[in-house]
Design a binder for this molecule. Sequence first.
Ligand SMILES: [Zn+2]
Ligand SMILES: [Zn+2]
Length: 349
Amino acid sequence: MGMGSTMRAVVQRSIGAPEVLKVESWPTPSQPRGDEVLIRIRAGGVCYHDLLVRDGTYRHLVELPLVPGHEIAGDVLAVGEGATRIKVRDQVASTNRETCGQCDLCRTGQEGLCTNQRFFGHNGPGGYAEFAVTRENALSVVPRSIPPEVACVLSCAVGTELHGIRDIGQTKAGDTVLVTGSGGGLGVHGVQVAKLCGAFVVGLTTTAAKASVIRSAGADEVVVVERGERFDKKLREVVPGGFDVICDNVGQPVFDSCFRTLAIGGRYVFIGQLNDRSISFNPAWLLLRNTRLLGSNSSTRRELDEVVRMVDRGLIKPVIDRTMALEDAPMAHRRVMTAEATGRVVLTP
Ligand SMILES: [Zn+2]
Ligand SMILES: [Zn+2]
């Protein structure tokens, strides 16, 4: 490496189909300064979010051309003089963003909302590449017992569900929890988190073939539905009293049916929204049943540290669909787009 050298990276120069993702020579990040860390990326997760950035559904603070991906794991090659926690040769995993660390939101455990952040794969380094430089505050140290393809999914695919189900949804032992998209990269971990919280867990999926994986993740029941079908009656057959917590990784396509199965006092936690369409509902449904609609964004660095320990102790077993080469990024996106993937698809440079 050194000044002027290049690396291989997947570059998105325009909005469009998966084929806009092409491997190119891209400037290697500069040597780390201040509290920055230079990482040789070993694995980068493919998130549905990356598909929304690619097809133009998600545009907020997105700057083209970009290197996609916000789920980064790898080995530390160098650290700036201001780095205090991370050392050369550590294995690290990233949260989704680097933040200012100074503002009130950062200082009150809400760093995901920091207004002075760089989201990886939007306007900062991306995970579909050989190297990245990030601020130390975006990284957790990961023991070598956890391989890099698992390490990269710990923040977004596992931590987001931990944050949404345990912290925002306040799931307690004995609660009934519905997890939508339960065979997908987030959902399959949501099932594990809900089980760990002591809940009776129902997984919702449109892919019958994923039912066994969802059950092994800890679901007590799996409900398979057709796309576009109304399915609240099907859910009521399984849990007549409705759900105390709904962990919704899908959003608008499943809202109407799921919302009607919220129990009295239930919490509906929005974690994912797979399109740009709106929902509508009668407010009486909320006030007559004392229910709450809640939004949950991604996990904090502290939560990532927690997930690392939980995975190291075997409490959570991340589900990796497959690893693919950078050149296969378009194929990886199609696999996620068509819901063929069970668990996370990971790219390895
Ligand atoms: Zn993600
Ligand atoms: Zn901040």
